[in-house]
Design a protein around this ligand. Structure first.
Ligand SMILES: [Zn+2]
Length: 64
């Protein structure tokens, strides 16, 4: 089965995953979601995640 719309690219690790969550227009895979949930605010991964979101927001603004 090749139902492209079921497989989305994670905005954090950029890997395609079927099980993940949407935060607004941003898709996050199960693995990254778990990382975020398990990390506290000062964690490196959380900083990386925020950077990704910021970058993503910029690219979204540039497109629209
Ligand atoms: Zn991910």
């Amino acid at each position: 089965m090749t139902e492209g719309h079921n497989v989305e690219k994670c905005s954090v690790c950029e890997l395609k995953s079927q099980s993940g969550i949407h935060i607004c227009d941003i898709y996050i895979c199960e693995t990254c979601e778990r990382e975020i949930v398990n990390s506290d605010v000062s964690d490196e991964f959380y900083k990386y995640y925020l950077q990704k979101l910021r970058k993503l927001k910029h690219s979204l603004l540039n497109i629209s």
